[in-house]
Design a protein around this ligand. Structure first.
Ligand code: PRP
Length: 225
């Protein structure tokens, strides 16, 4: 029997948003997948030829780029940050909609809304490549502080002047005394495929892509969650 295809899914809130979508394309994970206490990371599904792994959102792209997972669901923020040539992203799933923003302290007079007036700036982010490119296009040399979470603390604790982070409702910014200055790009989740796997296992993978495509055309899942 052929080894199962691997579908990589991101932990956290995107995973919650993915669940109705999986159900609608008839991918039914084994019960332990839904057990919040489980330490398992790989799960069987109702299809003996399809397994699921659950990893950090940034790692979904890495597993798929290396072909360890044939397919995945991944935010367009992560795809932009890595720009892996081996990843094919045929489908916007319209899940996990949010935006990648620049933010500062709400009362920071040194962070004018007209960011073209910045000369040099220190920015905390988990998106060093996108951030560097964004500021470089404005002629600003950004010193990057690479963090992996709790970005909002950085301006408050004077680790940086600004942050670049995902914003959805804006409540995390507000709760920490920050304000949005500028949107870099709108974000949503994509179905991603390893290009080599698409060639070598085209029939199996295209069958699954088509199931997602049919849903997408119906625009059933247009909200974040
Ligand atoms: C993201 C992001 C912000 C928050 C924004 O973090 O990094 O902190 O969501 O959402 P809001 O605008 O609705 O408040 P997430 O909760 O995904 O966790 P993370 O820090 O592990 O990325």
């Amino acid at each position: 029997m052929k080894p199962p295809l691997i579908l990589a899914l991101p932990k956290g809130r995107i995973l919650e948003a993915c669940l109705p979508l999986l159900e609608a394309v008839n991918i039914v994970p084994e019960p332990s997948f839904f057990d919040k206490r489980t330490r398992l990371l790989r799960f069987k599904t109702n299809d003996p030829l399809l397994d699921i792994i659950r990893v950090r959102s940034f790692d979904v792209a890495t597993f798929v780029a290396f072909g360890t997972a044939s397919m995945g669901i991944c935010g367009s923020d992560v795809l932009m940050e890595f720009d892996y040539p081996d990843i094919y992203a045929p489908l916007d799933l319209k899940l996990g909609k949010c935006r990648l923003c620049v933010a500062s302290l709400a009362n920071d007079n040194k962070a004018p809304e007209d960011s073209s007036r910045w000369s040099q700036i220190r920015v905390a982010t988990k998106y060093p490549n996108i951030t560097k490119q964004f500021f470089a296009r404005k002629g600003v040399q950004a010193d990057i502080v690479h963090l992996h979470g709790a970005m909002e603390l950085a301006p408050v604790m004077k680790l940086s002047n600004l942050i670049v982070d995902l914003v959805d409702t804006g409540s995390t910014l507000r709760a920490n005394g920050l304000q949005e200055i500028e949107t870099i790009v709108d974000i949503s989740s994509r179905l991603i495929i390893n290009r080599t796997a698409l060639k070598t296992q085209s029939s199996r993978i295209n069958t699954i892509i088509d199931r997602f495509k049919k849903l997408n055309l119906l625009s059933t899942f247009s909200a974040r969650d």
